[in-house]
Design a protein around this ligand. Structure first.
Ligand SMILES: *Cc1c(COP(=O)(O)O)cnc(C)c1O
Length: 390
């Protein structure tokens, strides 16, 4: 590949979404046309064929997290899975108490569900993180009360990429008989996940973050030791063990299963490649931006994530000015519509002014050294121009 082959804008926003892997497209293709049956039609071949595709995907996803296939519930995405996990627990008549715990750096879907909990009269605790974005198992244990029903801590952060000690937290919750839910949307297919080792009761993921299609997600719901009881939010034909009614999106589910399997197969080599690329690009950026600082802990983070503050330059202006050359974001896509500074960076205690200079770069499958180099040059160039004005 030569410089002329670079396609602009260079996409460096893989934590916002990913392109569908061509092998995933190929696996999905027949399920739009030939294999179009309704998986709930038990009486004929068309239904059986669609069901076979779905059951394969269920196995592929279960294997990726060391669960049983019947513990995977398909949803429209991670947002819906998060709503089902938290609200479904709150509305269950088997709920153990009225107190829920989570962390300030969670995805908005989790935090907004916690707002809902509060409005419904539940007690909630939102734990702070340290200046590197980390939570400890001791922090969680200290917040647990006799009436705590659930602890929700994400596996990998979507803005700063930090990895929380979910296995330790899960074990501590299990010892105390409290349900543990982890939003693993950024972690699935990127880092090893094991619901047995982590004593996880509920775990969610999404197709479009792992080179699968948009509009499909899943919730792992533990069925034994202990069985988790949720109240469904969507009622109807009783699909997905009664937990999520509605005709299953066969092509999307097949694609999601394939995407997860492929990501897990390539995990070791791809994470090594992305880690190396990320380190190299961080060095490059540091060399041209003297005030640059990495946000979030350096050694426990998702491969491919770089969230940095640039000092005095306004990130919104930088990202907008760069948009013909590089696609990156300031904070997360969900909050960048508002001009409000990211709640995640705010939770790290970063100064208001510095906070407005933060950008998130996320590398992925199509990021090469060559394209990344071009992107870093463009960012450094834009920084120079803007800081000359400042
Ligand atoms: C993207 C994301 C979500 C939302 O997923 P959708 O499938 O787009 O609804 C939730 N949590 C995290 C950590 C995410 O990165």
């Amino acid at each position: 590949m030569s410089d002329d082959d670079i396609q602009y804008p260079i996409y460096l926003d893989y934590q916002s979404t990913t392109p569908v892997d061509p092998r995933v497209m190929e696996a999905m293709q027949p399920y739009f046309s030939e294999i179009f049956g309704n998986a709930a039609s038990k009486s004929h071949q068309h239904g059986h064929d669609a069901l076979a595709g779905i059951e394969k995907a269920r196995k592929q996803i279960a294997k990726a997290i060391n669960a049983k296939p019947q513990e995977i519930v398909f949803t429209s995405g991670a947002t819906e899975a998060i709503n089902l996990a938290i609200k479904g627990m709150a509305l269950s008549d088997r709920i153990k108490g009225n107190h829920f715990i989570t962390v300030a750096t969670e995805h908005k879907a989790v935090l907004d569900c916690f707002d809902w909990l509060k409005r419904q009269g539940f007690d909630t605790t939102i734990l702070p993180v340290d200046s590197e974005g980390m939570l400890t198992v001791e922090d969680v244990v200290a917040a647990i009360r006799p009436e705590t029903a659930m602890v929700a801590v994400m596996a990998a952060n979507n803005e700063i990429g930090v990895l929380q000690p979910i296995n330790e937290i899960g074990q501590a919750c299990r010892e105390r008989g409290i349900h543990f839910f982890t939003d693993a949307t950024q972690a699935l297919g990127k880092i090893p996940l094991d619901v047995q080792a982590g004593q996880v009761d509920l775990l969610c993921g999404s197709g479009h973050k792992v080179y699968g299609p948009k509009g499909i997600g899943m919730l792992y719901v533990r069925r034994s030791n202990p069985r988790v009881h949720l109240e469904p939010l969507i009622h109807g034909g009783g699909h997905e063990g009664g937990l999520r009614s509605g005709t299953l999106a066969t092509p999307l589910i097949v694609g999601f299963g394939e995407a997860v399997e492929l990501s897990c197969k390539g995990m070791k080599s791809e994470s090594a490649r992305l880690n190396e690329l990320t380190q190299e690009m961080l060095k490059k950026l540091k060399a041209s931006i003297p005030d640059l600082k990495l946000n979030g802990i350096a050694d426990k983070r998702l491969p491919g994530n770089l969230n940095v503050s640039l000092g005095c330059v306004n990130a919104e202006a930088l990202v907008a000015g760069l948009s013909s050359k590089v696609s990156i974001s300031t904070g997360s896509a969900c909050t960048s519509k508002e001009v409000l500074p990211s709640h995640v960076l705010d939770a790290l205690g970063i100064d208001e002014e510095v906070l407005r200079s933060c950008i998130r770069i996320s590398f992925g499958s199509c990021s090469s050294i060559l394209s990344a180099n071009h992107a870093m040059l463009a960012i450094a160039d834009s920084y120079k121009r803007l800081s000359a004005f400042g």
